[in-house]
Design a protein around this ligand. Structure first.
Ligand SMILES: C[S@@+](CC[C@H](N)C(=O)[O-])C[C@H]1O[C@@H](n2cnc3c(N)ncnc32)[C@H](O)[C@@H]1O
Length: 244
């Protein structure tokens, strides 16, 4: 599926289109969708993105593990991954998290959204305190936990434009770019082929979407795709592994 090209200037004007619904639920006016499940964003993160990629089990033997994410948003998936990795990864391990984000949020906005999960407060504080007040470009942060190191790279811009020049390969991908019907660009054949190129052989992805055209784009990019039961009453989600 092709989508019209959007310039960086246009993208800049897209900021601040987040509104709050039902209390502290972040909603994108631009994309007409919530940032995460209204049922429980954290439970969705665990079920879809972590379990869908065989995590945290795959952290246990890995000295370095790399996660890629389409759509950093509030950082909820990042914090949930950090929590699970910290609890399971061996001493000396490193977690590298590459995420792609068009509209970087400000730290007070992230803090308000993430305040829904008080037991993540410690890590939320570390993230928002290190996050730039007015984020303008890529955000690069590192967190030390004893002998473990966590590196966060949030690449600012349209994922399709910024990803090709980067040098990394992910072991696991979280595909979290709003509903495909609301944001087809994040699920285009072109972007998913670039994403596959940034995946180790046998690397995996997980997403809440089970849309037929998304699954076909993932297959065309080289993934074996399978359906799994979705989160909070959603019948299906998709997971897959890069062939070869
Ligand atoms: C569902 S939200 C992500 C939620 C996030 N993972 C979290 O934990 O809060 C989707 C995100 O994708 C971003 N986005 C949408 N289209 C994009 C694109 N073409 N390139 C990069 N980011 C994009 C949006 O700005 C939004 O923050």
């Amino acid at each position: 599926m092709t989508t019209p090209f959007r310039s960086k200037d246009e993208d800049q004007t897209r900021r601040d289109k987040l509104t709050w619904r039902e209390g502290d639920m972040p909603y994108s006016e631009e994309f007409g969708d919530f940032y995460y499940s209204k049922a429980d964003g954290r439970a969705e993160s665990r079920h879809v993105f972590l379990a869908g990629n065989g995590l945290p089990g795959r952290f246990i033997p890995a000295s370095v593990f790399t996660i890629g994410e389409l759509g950093f948003g509030t950082g909820l998936n990042f914090l949930e991954s950090w929590e699970a990795w910290e609890a399971t990864a061996p001493e000396g391990a490193e977690l590298v998290f590459h995420s792609f984000e068009l509209n970087l949020l400000e730290p007070d906005v992230m803090a308000r959204a993430l305040s829904a999960w008080p037991d993540l407060a410690d890590r939320t504080g570390k993230l928002v305190n290190a996050w730039p007040e007015r984020p303008e470009g890529d955000v690069e942060l590192a967190f030390k936990e004893g002998a473990k190191t966590l590196r966060l790279h949030v690449h600012h811009g349209l994922a399709r434009e910024v990803m090709p020049d980067l040098r990394f390969k992910a072991d696991a991908w979280y595909l979290d770019g709003f509903a495909p019907s609301r944001n087809p660009e994040m699920w285009s054949a072109e972007l998913l082929a670039i994403m596959a190129d940034k995946t180790v052989p046998g690397g995996t992805f997980a997403t809440y979407s089970a849309a037929g055209w998304v699954r076909r784009n993932l297959q065309a990019a080289g993934f074996d795709v399978e359906k799994r039961p979705g989160h909070a009453g959603k019948r299906d989600m998709s997971v897959g592994r890069l062939i070869g």
